[in-house]
Design a protein around this ligand. Structure first.
Ligand code: AMP
Length: 294
């Protein structure tokens, strides 16, 4: 595996691959790898000739008072894991490389970014869309792999790629979960033992909504009430939002007629977790246990 910090060196490496007509797969990450990241890398490995993974904790997607400075960083470990996943190139730029002095261009996807995470975290998706646009320009991948764990992010990136006619395919990858259902996240390391025990309530809430949907419940309000009642059973958890939304537009639904998504965000102590589940999709599109995915 090659590691690049500079854009010019990475581009020179990828130019050769492109001239050989190799298919380039790209997995953008903020590092602190877990099985979710590794699943994206394996998926890219299976589909592509050259796999590029970026590790960049992107300051512009964190709001004031969020966890940018304490976000877990362990490049030595990430590098080992990427190598084991047979990644070809690791791109680890510093902040000045991605945002050089004088940079002022940002990308906004205002409609899809308006609600849910976008409302709770103003500016978050502007930072996400901007860094992904920059990374796509640097890597120029044929395919880019995104986890459904960050469902709204996936939809924002799909929209941006379509709107800017970027010549790449966005590949969604199902959520990878711990044995007890907790969606894997780099932020799970923040949880105390008691908080970690409480955290699977998000998955239980989503599973109950899915079960109700499977038994014919189509009322958005009723499905949402199942989410909020399930979360309320866990005193360590304070919900931020619970939504039943259209799977493409992310607009809240009164009645679920077609494909929908249940979206959750909650605080457990000082940690903010998000999770989601699809309604009305084939089960395999949803999520996988870590043991089943490796
Ligand atoms: P992050 O490093 O948290 O920015 O995540 C990098 C990529 O990994 C994003 O596309 C995430 O959606 C994806 N990802 C994070 N956690 C999971 C998970 N539990 N299952 C699937 N993909 C994930």
């Amino acid at each position: 595996m090659r590691t690049f910090q500079q854009i010019t060196a990475l581009r020179a490496y990828l130019r050769a691959a492109r001239e050989d007509n190799k298919r380039i797969g790209f997995v953008p990450t903020m590092g602190a790898f877990h099985e979710g990241h590794l699943t994206l890398m394996r998926r890219a490995r299976a589909d592509c000739d050259v796999v590029v993974v970026s590790v960049f904790v992107n300051p512009t997607q964190f709001g004031p008072g969020e966890d940018f400075s304490r976000y877990p960083r362990d490049l030595a470990r990430d590098s080992r894991l990427a190598q084991q996943a047979d990644v070809d190139a690791l791109f680890t730029p510093d902040v000045e490389t991605i945002y050089p002095a004088g940079a002022q261009t940002f990308v906004e996807v205002p409609g899809l970014a308006a609600r849910w995470e976008g409302e709770s975290r103003p500016g978050h998706f502007r930072g996400v869309a901007t860094v992904c646009a920059k990374l796509f320009q640097i890597v120029q991948p044929d395919r880019a792999y995104f986890g459904q764990k960050d469902y709204q992010q996936l939809k924002v990136i799909e929209r941006m790629v379509a709107d800017l006619f970027l010549p790449l395919t966005v590949v969604p990858v199902p959520i990878v979960r711990e044995e007890d259902g907790l969606a894997m996240s780099s932020r799970n390391v923040y949880l105390s033992a008691a908080e970690r025990r409480a955290a699977p309530v998000l998955y239980r809430a989503l599973s109950r909504a899915q079960a109700a949907f499977a038994s014919g419940e189509r009322s958005g309000a009723a499905l949402r009430a199942i989410l909020t009642a399930s979360l309320a059973a866990e005193p360590l958890v304070s919900p931020d939002y619970a939504a039943i939304a259209d799977a493409e537009t992310l607009e809240p639904l009164t009645t679920v007629e077609d494909r929908a998504v249940a979206l959750l965000a909650a605080r457990i102590g000082s940690t903010r977790l998000i999770d989601n589940a699809l309604l009305g999709f084939p089960a395999e599109k949803n999520s996988a246990r870590a043991s089943a995915s490796s």
